[in-house]
Design a binder for this molecule. Structure first.
Ligand SMILES: *Cc1c(COP(=O)(O)O)cnc(C)c1O
Length: 394
């Protein structure tokens, strides 16, 4: 499934060409949207590689080839959502009685999938601060069959040393999965740091324009690919051809978008750090971030996600997120437009009262690629409107 033609080309070039050859029948430069559910056969079982679109579709094949190339994997499988990909991978890797070790600030939906959907089928779930390798070592049990790393984490943007976790697992049966959604393959390639599988919500940076939901698994293990492909078809949570096409279109500009997301986020993080109304800023690109050294080693830049706590309690946070104009109040992340949200009441509401709960004064930004001056001005006016009340409330 990998594309050898572009193997030696740079990331930017592969993003535009890998899996995306001009259409051989018409010369169309852009991969067509093969909007068909079935494919004609010349005789029973004699066809051009496609029979039925749940099993395979050429637009999906193009997306999978591009994703494998960008992550440096041998293969990729695309899904209808990031969680569909996660579900397929967890079901493939785990059996009743097994345990999965998750970050204590995992994506809420991943936590919910493990605890609410898979625990009733006999899965055990343990939470740990993955940025603390001693804690990871201590949390590993003989039944742990899967270590699920997110880095940077959501919403605290802790950075997990992927190589460090992989080394801990050298003598342990658990497989290492890295959810690379927050970094994207442009900034970080977990397979090269020892991960067994990479998972993406392509909904975020890969798609990049907040117009499609999708997911993917990427890996090198050929036997795993065969079984996962069987599961992909057997369970059927596949993306439609149009969704694959939109995602491919987004991928072509991934490199330039990630550069700008990262530059803008760094400037926004510096700005927030200087504000009295802001108690604490979480951004791995700041030198005082506890995992900055790991981030600098493992990532090309620090991505577009910034979290911070405000003074004045949960109400101040809720008030702030309703006052921005450039930063749209919405869940999700990774699009060209800036988003702001209140994790405690939005993305992370499902983990309230659990070990994965977040501070109620936390605000999360997905810093887009508008002009950074407009982003900063927007945050400045919103903080000024909230600050007087917030600062006296403390
Ligand atoms: C959004 C997200 C997911 C889930 O992906 P969907 O496409 O929404 O199903 C998983 N992990 C992370 C880190 C995410 O941000």
């Amino acid at each position: 499934m990998s594309d050898e033609t572009w193997r030696d080309s740079a990331f930017e070039t592969r993003a535009i060409h890998a899996g995306q050859e001009p259409d051989p029948t018409t010369g169309a430069v852009i991969t067509p949207i093969y909007q068909t559910s079935t494919f004609v056969q010349e005789a029973v079982g004699v066809h051009r590689g496609y029979e039925y679109a749940r099993t395979d579709n050429p637009t999906r094949t193009a997306l999978q080839t591009a994703l494998a190339s960008l992550e440096g994997g041998a293969w990729a499988l695309a899904y209808a959502s990031g969680l569909a990909a996660s579900q397929n991978l967890m079901q493939y890797l785990l059996r009743p009685g097994d345990r999965v070790l998750l970050s204590d600030d995992s994506y809420g939906g991943t936590y919910r999938l493990a605890v609410r959907v898979l625990e009733p089928w006999g899965l055990g779930v343990d939470l740990v601060d993955m940025a603390d390798l001693d804690a990871v070592r201590a949390a590993l049990r003989p039944e742990t069959k899967l270590v699920w790393v997110e880095t940077p984490t959501n919403p605290y943007l802790k950075v997990v040393d992927i190589r460090g976790v992989a080394d801990l697992l050298a003598d342990h049966p658990a497989r290492l999965v890295v959810d690379n959604t927050f970094a994207s393959p442009y900034l970080q390639q977990p397979l090269a740091h020892g991960a067994d599988f990479v998972v993406h919500s392509t909904t975020k940076y890969l798609g990049g324009h907040s117009d499609v939901v999708g997911g993917a698994i990427i890996g090198n293990d050929a036997a795993a690919a065969e079984t996962l492909k069987f599961h992909q078809n057997a369970a059927g949570a596949v993306p439609g051809p149009f969704d694959c096409w939109v995602t491919l279109r987004g991928i072509k500009t991934l490199a330039v978008r990630m550069e700008r997301h990262s530059a803008n986020a760094l400037a926004v993080a510096h700005f927030l750090g200087e504000q009295d109304a802001v108690a604490r800023v979480y951004y791995p690109g700041l030198p005082d971030h506890p995992n900055h050294a790991v981030a600098a080693r493992q990532m090309r830049a620090f991505s577009g996600m910034v979290s911070f706590t405000v003074r004045g309690g949960a109400e101040a946070a809720a008030d702030l997120v309703a006052r921005t104009r450039v930063f749209l109040l919405a869940e999700s992340l990774g699009g060209v437009e800036s988003l702001i949200e209140h994790p405690g009441r939005m993305t992370h509401a499902s983990v309230a009262g659990t070990g994965a709960e977040v501070e109620d004064t936390l605000v999360r930004l997905s810093v887009g690629i508008e002009h950074v001056d407009d982003q900063v001005a927007d945050l400045r006016q919103a903080l000024a409107a909230v600050a007087p009340a917030a600062l006296t409330a403390d």
